[in-house]
Design a protein around this ligand. Structure first.
Ligand code: 3EB
Length: 337
């Protein structure tokens, strides 16, 4: 018995238009390979990462409607009955550093959430132009982390709920920093991965301010659960494993995902997340030449039932070649009783 999930995510062939025109329950339509500055409808999120596989698809999020959409400062949002999607694209041309843009984006995001009925970010995606440009602490990703920490006035040591996150690099000439999120009226249940040091505890050598995200959050609504999985790479402890080996990096990433899902099951006791037709995976690949091997490796390692899309994106450490994230359903363990 399959239950109705609160957020229904799917990859759909064809363009974004028919989803934006049609049903009442469309919260967001993500279109890949277009600058975030291109979109006009608040529910239409254009993402600069090119799609590597075929056919071309859009990612559609649906939830209980009616959906209200609009603009708030430089943020665009779509608000359903129990979930909100919001996105921000800040033009990086002109004065101002990535650190300032990141701080601005998170300031806007937080002031929007404070006045929203859905105050809790569950997952945040960050797409950062030229993420590995600059050396040492000047690297764009580290500067992005600084800006985020400037804005987010929380001490992760106090263990407040943290959203799950993904941070991926777009082309260096992409003009905009993009941040988009899913939010709800209650915080998600944070899950950390026992195989990995929590990102907010990473040692100093990875940058002056640690990334602020949980490895995953569990959204519970309408009696069903979904697991929002953060960007997951070949990081064990806090160290990169399998340098220059994309297939082994992907396998390690999947071990991390399974370990995270097991930990979620241990914490909740009841539902168990699975990689099946209720979920989706996104596979980010730094070098398009690695696509075939990455695809074959995933086909050998992950259930065929889970839809997936392959996107070209840089990973936040220069020595990482691939990363995966996803949204997956949790089947109630008691369903057959
Ligand atoms: C890692 O495990 C990979 O800065 O928001 C993954 C997910 C990563 C989110 C972020 C960074 C972020 O550390 C990097």
């Amino acid at each position: 018995m399959s239950q109705q999930l609160s957020l229904r995510v799917a990859y759909q062939e064809g363009g974004a238009d028919r989803w934006l025109e049609a049903p009442e329950d469309v919260l967001a339509v993500f279109e890949f390979g277009r600058s975030p500055l291109d979109a006009t409808d608040p529910r239409h999120v254009t993402v600069a990462l090119p799609q590597l596989d075929e056919p071309r698809r859009v990612e559609v999020w649906r939830c209980d409607g009616p959906i209200k959409s609009g603009t708030w400062d430089r943020l665009r949002f779509a608000q359903g009955e129990r979930l909100t999607m919001g996105h921000i694209a800040l033009d990086l041309r002109g004065p101002g550093s990535i650190r300032e843009a990141s701080r601005d984006a998170y300031d806007i995001l937080q002031s929007y959430l404070r006045q929203s009925p859905h105050q809790w970010p569950l997952k945040i995606w960050n797409y950062i132009p030229g993420i590995n440009q600059g050396s040492g602490d000047e690297e764009q990703y580290r500067q992005f982390c600084l800006g985020r920490a400037d804005a987010v006035l929380i001490d992760p040591g106090d263990l407040p709920p943290l959203p799950a996150a993904t941070a991926i690099g777009t082309a260096p000439d992409e003009p905009a920093l993009q941040v988009y999120f899913l939010a709800g009226a209650l915080p998600g249940l944070d899950v950390e991965n026992p195989r990995q040091v929590s990102a907010w505890r990473y040692p100093r050598r990875y940058g002056p301010r640690s990334p602020l995200f949980s490895r995953g959050t569990i959204l519970t609504l309408n009696g069903s659960r979904q697991f929002l999985i953060s960007g997951t790479a070949s990081v064990v402890g806090h160290q990169t494993h399998h340098e220059n080996q994309v297939a082994n990096q992907l396998r390690e990433s999947l071990r991390n995902v399974h370990s995270l899902l097991d930990e979620g099951h241990r914490l909740m006791g009841d539902a168990r997340a699975q990689l099946d037709g209720d979920g989706i995976l996104k596979v980010y690949i730094r070098d398009p030449a690695d696509y075939e091997l990455t695809r074959r490796t995933l086909e050998a390692e992950a259930p065929a039932a889970i839809p997936r899309i392959y996107l070209q994106g840089d990973i936040c450490r220069e020595n990482l070649l691939t990363e995966i994230d996803g949204i997956v359903g949790c089947a109630p363990v008691t369903e057959h009783l």
